[in-house]
Design a protein around this ligand. Sequence first.
Ligand code: PEP
Length: 259
Amino acid sequence: VIRPLFAANWKMNKQVSEVRAYVQGFIQAALPLEKCEVVVAPPSTHLTTLGSEAQNRVFQIAGQNCGPAASGAFTGEIAPGMLKELGADWVLLGHSERRHVFHEDEALIGKRLSAALSAGLKVIFCVGETLSERKQGTTRAVIEKQLGNLKLAQKGKDLVVAYEPVWAIGTGEVATPEQAEEAHRWIAEWCGAELGQTPRILYGGSVKPENSAELMAQRHVDGLLVGGASLEAESFAAIIRHGVRGWESKVSLMKEVLK
Ligand code: PEP
């Protein structure tokens, strides 16, 4: 049985002094953590603090990116093994801001992916089309090209895909449940055909407590990647609470159909 995954991307926000209150707030929210997996990706400088605050294992920890090799002349980069040393089990790769603000190309993202997997990190691999690509009708082709790097991953590796339409990230404009489901189905089909396995597929892009249940009720939505609305513990907790509810309603519906 797969468990839904909820991931928080803090991006370049928060001070170390705010971490403790966040973890306390999250614990107090008393979430059904046995029913889901939660990952928080803070700025790398906050990993140690977040790790020691969250020692009771309320969530796992992720880096927001990692260097393209185990070590070497890569000024400004943090090696995957260094993230692990600080308690991260996961890393985000190919995030839209890395692709579009920092112009990371497929070749570089592929190197990061290989380095992350060799170091034993679990990967949340982000893909998604821009607004003009969607308008041109090339969404599926764009996503499949981005997914190409996943062929580097051996079967059985702990891999998660996040579908994050660029036009929905940080804009307040969430994809409709139908748009999300369509893209997730394409991703599931591609992974099934090319990788022989279907990873969990998260939706990301202006997720809020008000839309998480409906998104999670979609057939191929296995979790959510949340930016802005994950910065407050209460809001991230509400997303998880409603999201688990949406997930459960879908699962019980599917069981009915299979009876
Ligand atoms: C993200 O950063 O991955 C993201 C989805 O951001 P937001 O939720 O703010 O749109």
